[in-house]
Design a protein around this ligand. Structure first.
Ligand SMILES: *Cc1c(COP(=O)(O)O)cnc(C)c1O
Ligand SMILES: *[C@@H]1O[C@H](CO)[C@@H](O)[C@H](O)[C@H]1NC(C)=O
Ligand SMILES: *[C@@H]1O[C@H](CO)[C@@H](O)[C@H](O)[C@H]1NC(C)=O
Ligand SMILES: *[C@@H]1O[C@H](CO)[C@@H](O)[C@H](O)[C@H]1NC(C)=O
Length: 422
């Protein structure tokens, strides 16, 4: 018996793969379970393909989705660390910035929002928020959670601020931070950023911009427009998988962070901790000394590949492809008498197009019909616009005329059907 075990041990050590000499697997302990295993888990998961056109999440770029099956690397291996640098460069490229503090938080876009607010707000700081829909309202309420003195500047649903209105707001309230949403996806409104950075330089405030619904879709020039902080997510214009939130902080924003008297409240999104973990302020040699949390190596693959796909096409071509798809959707919509929700064409977001639910029609029934008959997911609006509109997002991988044609053909049939009557 002793010799037998020693032989097994030697075989295992010298890596002869046959482990059968260890004998039959035996149960050493018998457990009595209080609860049985769930019956629903005995079947493998099955799903059907969909065209995801509700405004996000969208169907990822193939290159991004396929990367999820690449072999797993360890979190601190050199090839993984190279992925971190590739992603930083990719994010800087799509934002057109040289900001050193450009990295990715684990969590969705809302995590990025919380993270940047937490790093920039010190209790009592005055934050002026331009509220034009659901997402800007979330920004205002979220800033309050971090102790900000929030001042809301509001415009009716479907419109946006002029530069003059923003300047008037800043002059009146003299905020430390100006918070705006570049693409208010709940109402389909585009808020231009030209001139905003200059205003904040003039009146000494920091700009925080939600670019979730514009990055990888519409032109962004973070450095040229002198924007201080932006956050986004991985699954819209960057064509990846839900779960990551890239952020970028300007040197001006970092100098406000450095003057803080208290630490940010969330450890996971502390920009200084993350800048070490992303090897921006620490050398790679110190990799065993910094640990904020585990990295989702697979999600990082998919983000890296989404960014690589965008870079392969060229960001300016990606912007044009979204603009072209947007024009095509509106052309088809006009032909079937759909009324755009945003009156002024220049105020319209390009990744997401919103139309008024036609009289006598039910947006929820249209949504259901599109999904059941055509496996196309559209949205009947979001919170303030719920039921009043048909919301179509053709973003990233789906922003092309072929996909738009397929969707608009289906929508025409759905609108003609009596099954979608209210
Ligand atoms: C989608 C969206 C968000 C939220 O992003 P999540 O990844 O879902 O957390 C925030 N702001 C805007 C403008 C969005 O369109
Ligand atoms: C171990 O226990 C399980 C569950 O009771 C049983 O199905 C299995 O046959 C046991 N294996 C051995 C080797 O006894
Ligand atoms: C993406 O992959 C799917 C499934 O493999 C395939 O049908 C489709 O043609 C691919 N799209 C592109 C643009 O390559
Ligand atoms: C929808 O109805 C209009 C008006 O009756 C008709 O001209 C059009 O061809 C119909 N479209 C489809 C796809 O059935």
């Amino acid at each position: 018996m002793g010799i037998y075990l020693i032989t097994c041990l030697v075989m295992t050590i010298i890596s002869i793969k046959d482990v059968s000499c260890w004998g039959d697997i035996t149960n050493t302990t018998s457990f009595t379970l209080q609860y049985e295993k769930p019956e629903c888990l005995q079947f493998p998961l099955e799903t059907q393909p969909r065209l995801l056109a509700s405004g996000g999440p969208t169907n990822p770029y193939n290159r991004s989705f396929d990367s999820l099956r690449l072999p797993m690397l360890g979190m601190l291996e050199d090839p993984t660390i190279k992925i971190l640098f590739d992603i930083q460069d990719g994010i800087r490229y799509v934002l057109q910035t040289k900001n050193e503090y450009t990295l990715v938080y684990h969590g969705t876009g809302v995590m990025g929002m919380s993270g940047v607010l937490d790093n920039l707000i010190e209790p009592g700081d005055k934050v002026l928020v331009g509220v034009i829909g659901f997402w800007s309202d979330v920004g205002a309420r979220n800033a309050e959670r971090f102790g900000a003195n929030v001042i809301r500047m509001e415009k009716p649903i479907g419109s946006r601020f002029s530069l003059r209105e923003i300047e008037a707001g800043i002059k009146q309230h003299r905020p430390k931070i100006l918070y705006l949403v570049n693409g208010e996806s709940s109402t389909g409104v585009y808020q231009p950023l030209e001139g905003i950075g200059n205003l904040c330089h003039k009146y000494d405030c920091i700009t925080i911009i939600d670019v979730v619904a514009t990055v990888g879709q519409q032109p962004l020039k973070m450095d040229e427009d002198k924007i201080d902080v932006v956050f986004m997510n991985s699954q819209k214009g960057l064509g990846g998988i839900v779960g990551l939130s890239p952020v970028s902080y300007s040197p001006r924003a970092m100098s406000k962070v450095r003057r803080r008297r208290s630490l940010p409240r969330i450890l996971q999104t502390d920009i200084n901790a993350q800048a070490e973990a992303w090897f921006i302020t620490k050398p790679i040699e110190s990799k065993h000394e910094v640990y904020v949390h585990s990295l989702s190596v697979t999600l990082l693959y998919s983000l890296r590949e989404g960014l690589a796909r965008v870079a392969e096409e060229g960001i300016e071509n990606v912007w044009n492809r979204h603009a072209d798809t947007h024009r095509y959707v509106h052309f088809r919509a006009t032909k079937i008498g759909l009324e755009p929700f945003v009156a002024n064409p220049e105020d319209r977001l390009e990744g997401i197009s919103i139309f008024v639910t036609p009289p006598g029609k039910d947006a929820f029934k249209i949504e259901k019909y599109m999904l059941e008959k055509f496996r196309i997911e559209i949205s009947p609006g979001l919170v303030t616009t719920l039921g009043k509109v048909i919301r179509i997002g053709l973003i990233g991988n789906n922003a092309n005329r072929e996909t738009a044609a397929r969707l608009m053909d289906a929508l025409e049939i759905a609108l003609n059907s009596t099954e979608t009557n209210s």
